[in-house]
Write a protein that binds this ligand. Structure first.
Ligand code: GDP
Ligand code: MN
Length: 377
């Protein structure tokens, strides 16, 4: 999960990395008041989970609170690479003497972490990396050893960063390791005209697999701008991804669900989602999954494709019958059950005899029917 800049800088501060004072607001009026509290002069920055805000006009200096309100009004609602700006951060301005780039990133190919650092940070870092790779140091970091004082000095020297920046390299490593992040980036890390080292921008991507260790920070898990159905599904422990099509898809096992998506697309229809009820799914999970899919207004038909293994088909059928008790089925459902206890599962659905439920024996046939039903709806 990617964090917003203001969340990233909060983590930096908790680990002892200096950041300018700042406040986050969602309207121009509040921006004016926040600017006043921050001393009048501020930098107004779009809060979106993408880079290149500066180049897109999403970072604006303001000389006084009235100018801050004006800048906030201009930036709020802006679209930056497909992300709508809903909040802005106002930060105390800083007199920059030099801008550096530092990051730690998981290098999956090498099976280790990599420190990437450059004395030429700022908005042109991609350009620098592409045209003069020697200006960007890349040093492997053994996660078992971490970034000791010596290692921090080694990285700073390789990148030609001033030695005063070395402690930040160790602190930034702490952010990565203690917060279970897969990526931490500061661009720019600056030296101010008064010699302070400050993190002016921050990017942090947390490892979702460590989410259970972060439950103390509730705010991390609810992204107010995420898809509400995805949030509901996540709360129910479902592996659900919303897509734009019309055919809702439920299957067991990521491989089967992905092939089902392909077969549905092959029939000329568009999948409305990816929902994997997983191995060993209970009737409850099936019922939860179905209710999530049926509440997506884009869904015109639903295809349930289950190959019973650890998940027995009769449990899946029970789940569908259970779901019918709590959600009103107003869309056609095509069910294909195969594998463990398939005859029993089919018998359960036959017995229920719901007019909107039909059964198919092959994945191709099921996908064709679901596509046709979506098209006719
Ligand atoms: P990004 O474009 O999304 O990476 O946004 P940044 O937060 O990195 O801001 C872009 C650029 O704006 C930085 O590289 C700085 O040059 C400049 N900038 C950001 N904050 C300040 C500040 O407080 N003072 C000054 N002088 N420049 C700033
Ligand atoms: Mn930046």
């Amino acid at each position: 999960m990617d964090l917003y800049e203001h969340q990233a800088r909060q983590l930096f501060a908790e680990h002892g990395i200096a950041v300018p004072r700042a406040e986050v607001v969602d309207n121009a009026n509040a921006a004016q008041q926040a600017a006043r509290r921050l001393g009048g002069r501020v930098v107004v920055k779009a809060q979106v989970k993408t880079g290149g805000r500066g180049k897109a006009g999403g970072v604006k200096p303001a000389a006084d609170p009235a100018a801050a309100a004006l800048a906030a009004r201009g930036i709020l609602g802006m679209d930056i690479k497909g992300h709508t700006v809903r909040t802005v951060m106002l930060a105390e301005p800083v007199d920059i003497e030099a801008e550096f780039y530092v990051s730690y990133v998981l290098d999956r190919a090498a099976g280790t972490f990599l420190a990437i650092a450059s004395a030429e940070g700022g908005m042109e870092i991609e350009e620098v990396a592409a045209t003069r790779p020697d200006a960007v140091a890349r040093i492997p970091v053994d996660p078992a050893e971490g970034v000791t004082e010596g290692k921090a000095r080694q990285i700073a020297e390789a990148a030609r960063l001033p030695l005063e920046a070395a402690p930040v390299l160790s602190l930034l490593w702490q952010v990565l390791s203690r917060e279970d992040a897969l990526l931490v980036e500061v661009n720019p890390l600056v030296r101010t005209t008064t010699g302070q080292i400050l993190a002016l921008d921050g990017k942090v991507s947390l490892d979702d697999n460590a989410g259970f260790r972060r439950s103390r920070r509730g705010a991390d898990t609810d992204d107010p701008h995420g898809d509400p159905l995805e949030a509901e599904a996540a709360a129910k422990g479902l592996n659900y991804v919303k897509l734009d099509g019309e055919v809702g898809i439920i299957g067991n096992g990521a491989g089967l669900v992905m092939s089902t998506l392909d077969v549905v697309a092959g029939c000329g229809a568009r999948p409305a989602n990816f929902l994997d009820i997983g191995g060993g799914a209970s009737a409850r999970v099936m019922a939860d999954g179905l209710s999530v899919i049926l509440s997506d207004p884009g869904v015109k038909s639903v295809l349930v494709n289950v190959f019973g293994g650890i998940t027995a088909c009769d449990a899946v059928a029970d789940g569908i019958v259970q779901a019918l008790e709590t959600v009103r089925l107003a869309k056609p459902l095509v069910v294909r059950l195969d594998g463990n206890n398939a005859p029993r599962g089919r018998a359960i659905l036959d017995a229920r005899a719901h007019p909107l439920i039909q059964q198919a024996t092959t994945m191709d046939d099921a996908a064709r029917r679901a596509a046709r039903l979506a098209d006719a709806a």
